[in-house]
Design a protein around this ligand. Structure first.
Ligand code: ADE
Length: 418
């Protein structure tokens, strides 16, 4: 059973694109019925008037309820036996979302009717929405397609119809195309996509996509989707809920190396040349080094995961400090918090706090009484974070980054055994 879409407008020609492309084909194939109506067909005066001045004064004109009432009564009669929704596009409406598109597609699939009432000028007299909602026979939703103002509802109606129609069975040839889209069920924006040629104007397709290794490709796409979402739509990241903290697995080594390579340079002061930071990353934070860390029974790596991508990690190294400077500063320390890093796009979202809390718990379960860490003297943000989590400055140490000798503070805190 296919539903029907009716559009009422004073510019039927505006909706001509509905003859084209996938929506046009779907209509031609009988998958969808779309009728566009001219509101002026329901006027009664010689000038075919649809608007008048606003009560209470103000600029512009308001569309008359009597004309709209006659139009909608007749249009809605065509869907009288089915579930009916009237959509009124307006910048003052609730946001139109993919979730709403899915809801409306279900309505159509069940043989329902969608009527779009396109206003112009300052909008439609408010009693029209109130009246139809009050009948209890139709659902009225005033919807906005974005935080900007168009000249009328027609372009919004096109947007809504396209978003809904492409979800109807048979409209898109390959339904797999719908699976990994932006605003899909994963709550992420889509990863970037590439096609032939593999090299173009000096830009190469990322090597992993040519590797044929489906696991690596899937992880890479997840990573890019999460990064892109954090950079462009942090609100969607927040909507995912808290990051999951779990022990790292051998299969995480590559992802850990990538996160480490991106976070370590940011923890270095500007005085550390990029080459020195890069040398440290290559020596200490490669995938091979992480594989080693993950095999080492005295090291415990925890990762924070969001939507299946690692966004932060900690490493706890159990044992007395080897460095004389640290032994002097934190006598009796039983473990080092040797790494605690979160990707920049995820700072301030509770990821580091959740990671650190789990790591402190783990250390306490491992019967560590005192935990120490080294933090660059110039990295005040990190020092504030550690102070907030109970660490205090107890001394200093030198630390080698590439060819440079850097100056750290040693911080420590005691733990309460469970
Ligand atoms: N009419 C004018 N601006 C609009 C918008 N942003 N969304 C929906 N309908 C509109």
């Amino acid at each position: 059973m296919t539903g029907r879409i009716d559009v009422v407008t004073i510019f039927p020609g505006y909706l001509a694109p509905l003859e084209l492309s996938l929506v046009g084909k779907a209509r031609a194939a009988g998958l969808l019925t779309v009728d566009v109506h001219d509101l002026r067909d329901w006027t009664t005066d010689a000038h075919r008037t649809v608007d008048d001045t606003p009560f209470g004064g103000g600029a512009g004109m308001v569309m008359r309820p009597d004309v709209w009432g006659r139009a909608l009564d007749e249009v809605l009669a065509a869907g009288a036996d089915a579930s009916r929704t009237v959509l009124v596009p307006t910048p003052a409406g609730e946001p139109f979302t993919q979730a709403m598109a899915e809801e409306l597609a279900l309505l159509l699939c069940a043989g329902g009717q969608l009527a779009l009432a396109c206003g112009r000028y300052e909008g439609i007299d408010a009693r029209v929405a109130e009246h139809y909602q009050g009948t209890g026979e139709v659902t009225v939703r005033e919807v906005s397609i974005g935080d900007y103002v168009l000249n009328g509802g027609e372009v919004a109606a096109l947007v809504i119809i396209e978003a809904v129609a492409r979800l109807l069975p048979g409209v898109i040839g390959n339904p797999d195309s719908l699976v990994e889209e932006s605003h899909g069920s994963a709550g992420l924006l889509e990863y970037p996509v590439y096609t032939k040629p593999p090299g173009w104007r000096g830009l190469d397709v990322p090597e992993v996509l040519l590797s044929g290794d489906h696991g690596r490709i899937a992880r890479w796409r997840r990573r890019r989707a999460v990064d892109r979402t954090a950079a462009r739509r942090p609100d969607l990241i927040d909507a995912l809920g808290p990051a999951q903290v779990r022990p790292a697995r051998a299969a995480d080594a590559e992802a850990l190396a990538e996160v480490a390579g991106r976070t370590f340079p940011l923890a270095c002061p500007a005085s550390v040349p990029a080459a020195d930071a890069a040398a440290f990353v290559a020596e200490q934070l490669s995938a091979e080094m992480f594989r080693r860390y993950l095999r080492d029974r005295r090291r415990h790596v925890l990762v924070a995961e969001l939507a299946g991508a690692i966004v932060g990690y900690t490493m706890l190294a159990v044992g007395a400090p080897e460095d004389e400077q640290v032994r002097a500063a934190a006598p009796g320390a039983g473990a080092e918090l040797s790494k605690c890093y979160t990707l920049e796009g995820f700072h301030g979202r509770g990821v580091s706090g959740a990671l650190l809390a789990e790591t402190l718990d783990l250390a306490a379960r491992l019967r560590v009484d005192t935990l120490w860490l080294g933090v660059n003297q110039a990295n005040e943000r990190a020092q504030r974070f550690y102070r907030k989590h109970g660490f205090q400055r107890v001394g200093e140490r030198t630390f080698t980054v590439g060819s440079r000798t850097e100056h750290d503070y040693v911080m420590a805190r005691t733990l309460v055994r469970p």
